[in-house]
Write a protein that binds this ligand. Structure first.
Ligand SMILES: NC(=O)c1ccc[n+]([C@@H]2O[C@H](COP(=O)([O-])OP(=O)(O)OC[C@H]3O[C@@H](n4cnc5c(N)ncnc54)[C@H](O)[C@@H]3O)[C@@H](O)[C@H]2O)c1
Length: 476
């Protein structure tokens, strides 16, 4: 059954009032008021799906979470600083490929979902999820300013009986050291007045094999009541909840998952360069090793790391570890190796052109794929931008094609780059000196690319299955 939010217009100046059309009555009294057993009441609201769920940060993580809880019948409020996103969602339009506009439009039309940038609405939420960005600063340190900002916004209107769950990836200790003191600033106590937990998001963008419901949720609380409240809420939405002893264990579990990927990707990237020198095909080797039914998991080399998680999250741990006089050598080494990959790709491209009597300076290069991985539309931290910068520095003239990113995005660290998108046609391919495959999107017609491009430098083995035109394909 769907619970509706009856919302007085999103008045950004005037008083804010929410009324639910049904369910458990008005907001709890503030601290110092009622002695009601806030914990039991919260659990009741959750289990009857009357709890009002708020999600702060409506990006790749927050928006699917909004959709999940709305689909389970909870009344949901979405918050984002970006007014353009708020307006778009309120018009029933999604900007994330994995979240269909139809789902958003339906929930908005049924008044089950309300989206706003006005944080005063937070006071009416029973559970607040935080899904804001956690990038690195310019000098490679954790930038938790968005977490601090949301903690402050919540604490300004915090009331008894609220559950706050941090989902943003961060170093162990973030929930306890940053969130808790800010939320307790006005006198309410965690574990009795309000509840605070950490639960990492484990989404794998573009992965069609697992829905959000199928991915187990790890939950750690500041205390037992907080963990239990958060676990109870997630159990209404996903098939399996894994409760751990603390927020720190949950924060560290997320980092372990991503460090595991980062280190293994660095390993295959190193082996790619090593095997290339030995005349061995690394993709063939990985394919053969993958036939072992146990004890081996395949990772694949590429042009460098990309995405919001793998290139960033490991350094949250290495930064925190330094506080404990501990040097995380595997993480640092993996970082060093992965950062080198775009240089390796450029060297291979330069060599392939040289063999064909051409120079990279002045060469026309078509970059295929900007997204950081296959079949997604997310360009964040994509190695494509480092490659574009290096190509520009070397004097090459570059255009690109990415079916999922038709307009060249402005990137925080690469604002100077402006690259033209071109259609992927035989004429365009015949007019360049080389096609550089950076992302192995399934929509690319590799047969057609190989037929018409004079040279293909393939960083993903996307052309591995082609039998013809092998002499034009160079793996990098
Ligand atoms: N994208 C992924 O695949 C993925 C997977 C697992 C974990 N994570 C983690 O989840 C977190 C969010 O990542 P994302 O990919 O959704 O980021 P995103 O950039 O796509 O979205 C973040 C959203 O938060 C908004 N925002 C920023 N500050 C805010 C504030 N103070 N109040 C309200 N809204 C605010 C931004 O406008 C943006 O819309 C990060 O910690 C990330 O590491 C991401």
């Amino acid at each position: 059954m769907t619970r509706k939010l009856s919302v007085q217009a999103c008045d950004r100046e005037g008083p804010v009032e929410f009324r639910r059309s049904q369910g458990v009555g008005a907001a709890e009294a503030p601290a110092g008021g009622s002695d009601a057993p806030v914990f039991e009441k919260l659990l009741q609201k959750i289990m009857s799906r009357d709890a009002r769920v708020a999600v702060m940060g409506l990006g790749y993580v927050g928006l699917p979470l909004v959709r999940l809880f709305a689909a389970k019948g909870f009344p949901v409020m979405g918050f984002d600083l970006d007014q353009a996103k708020v307006d778009q969602l309120n018009r029933g339009r999604s900007y994330i490929k994995s979240v269909p506009s139809a789902a958003i439009a339906k929930h908005v039309a049924e008044k089950q979902l309300m989206v706003t940038s006005d944080v005063r609405h937070l006071a009416t939420a029973d559970a607040i999820f935080i899904c804001v960005p956690t990038p690195l600063t310019g000098d490679g340190k954790p930038d938790v300013s968005s977490i601090r900002q949301t903690a402050k916004a919540i604490s300004n209107s915090l009331r008894r009986g609220q559950l706050i769950v941090l989902e943003s990836t961060s170093y162990p200790g973030t929930t306890r050291e940053i969130m808790k003191p800010e939320l307790e600033r006005k006198g309410l106590r965690c574990g009795t007045d309000f509840f605070l937990a950490f639960s990492p998001e484990r989404e794998d963008p573009g992965n069609k094999d697992f829905t959000m419901e199928q991915i187990p949720k790890i939950v750690g609380g500041i205390d037992d009541a907080s963990r239990q409240a958060a676990a109870t809420l997630y159990k209404e939405a996903v098939n399996k909840v894994v409760e751990v002893s603390s927020c720190e264990a949950a924060e560290a579990a997320k980092l372990l998952e991503n460090i595991y990927r980062c280190v293994n990707i660095a390993l295959v990237n190193e082996l790619k360069m090593c095997f290339d020198r030995m005349g061995i095909d690394v993709w063939e080797v990985i394919g053969a090793a993958s036939t072992k039914p146990f004890g081996f998991q395949a990772f694949y080399p590429g042009p460098g790391l990309g995405g919001h998680c793998i290139p960033i999250d490991p350094f949250y741990l290495s930064w925190k570890a330094r506080e404990f006089q501990f040097n995380t050598r595997f993480i640092d080494l993996a970082g060093e190796l992965n950062i080198q990959m775009p240089f390796y790709v450029i060297a291979k491209l330069e060599e392939a052109l040289r063999v064909r009597g051409k120079k990279l300076a002045g060469a026309r290069i078509l970059m295929l794929g900007l997204a950081y991985k296959k079949d997604i539309d997310d360009p964040r931290e994509s190695p494509a931008f480092r490659l574009l910068e290096l190509l520009e520095q070397k004097g090459a003239s570059v255009v690109y094609n990415d079916p999922n990113i038709p307009k060249f995005p402005t990137m925080r660290h690469y604002q100077h780059l402006k690259v033209k998108a071109v259609p992927l046609t035989p004429t365009v391919l015949e007019g360049v000196d080389a096609a550089l495959v950076v992302t192995d999107h399934g929509d690319f017609d590799y047969e057609m690319i190989a037929k018409h491009a004079p040279l293909i430098v393939d960083t993903r083995n996307a052309c591995g299955g082609l039998e013809r035109w092998r002499e034009k394909i160079v793996r990098a």
